[in-house]
Design a protein around this ligand. Structure first.
Ligand code: IYR
Length: 220
């Protein structure tokens, strides 16, 4: 057997009463999270971004390959380059590439091709997926890469919320330009772009309802 063997599990254990309390309070806490497009330009310390990203990187992954990398961008010139390229693609999306039905589904959210928040938010995190790793010049395949990076991105979003910060899952499409602007190797593919920062005082969010318990849970 390869690997480093096994050690006792030292995770947290709670009474049933505390388990109930914690489950409910975490749900209520996460239910306060909203995607936001009104960012303050107030700086967020680098160590906060590091800890948020390391939370994401603690996610489970196929064969524990952790097939991801995270570019954390605060440099204004690079942010501008990203904004310019993202807006170019999004302009095309909103003017012909997206179906009428899609545009109609988006209209309550107030999105458009303008991505000003990329310049304003103090940090942009770009999540990359790695279909394979290069170890000593040899290609090593990764497993369940989409699933793994999706789970890590969920961890990332919850860590951002937990820190009292806000984000927006932006998916410029196509997003190959991110590999060029950020000078990433060929085995890294852009997955998601998240501006991270504090909300402005005037921030608003669309009125929306979340699906009810009976619409999402099927008990057996
Ligand atoms: N990628 C575009 C469009 C967009 C698509 C979906 I689905 C959204 O929930 C929101 C936006 C954009 O980022 O504007």
């Amino acid at each position: 057997m390869k690997g480093k063997g096994f050690i006792p599990y030292n995770g947290l254990r709670f009474s049933e009463e505390d388990t109930k309390k914690r489950a409910l309070s975490y749900y209520q806490y996460m239910d306060l999270r909203r995607s936001l497009r009104f960012f303050s330009d107030k700086m967020v310390p680098k160590e906060v971004i590091r800890d948020i990203i390391m939370t994401a990187s603690s996610a489970p992954s196929g064969a524990h390959k952790q097939p991801w990398s995270f570019c954390a961008v605060s440099n204004a010139t690079i942010k501008s380059k990203i904004r310019e390229a993202a807006e170019k693609e999004e302009y095309e999306n909103y003017h012909g590439r997206m179906s009428e039905e899609w545009l109609e589904d988006l209209s309550p959210l107030g999105t458009d091709w303008n991505k000003e928040f990329i310049d304003i938010a103090p940090w942009i995190i770009v999540v990359f997926r790695k279909p394979y790793d290069e170890v000593d010049g040899v290609k090593k395949k990764n497993y369940y890469v989409q699933e793994s990076v999706g789970i890590a991105s969920g961890f990332l979003i919850s860590a951002i919320h937990n820190a009292g910060l806000v984000t927006l899952t932006h998916t410029p499409s196509p997003m190959n330009f991110l590999s060029t602007v950020l000078d990433r190797p060929v085995n890294e593919k852009p997955y998601l772009l998240l501006p991270v920062g504090y909300p402005t005082k005037e921030a608003v969010v669309p009125v929306l309802e979340r699906k009810k318990e009976e619409d999402v849970i099927i008990w057996y």
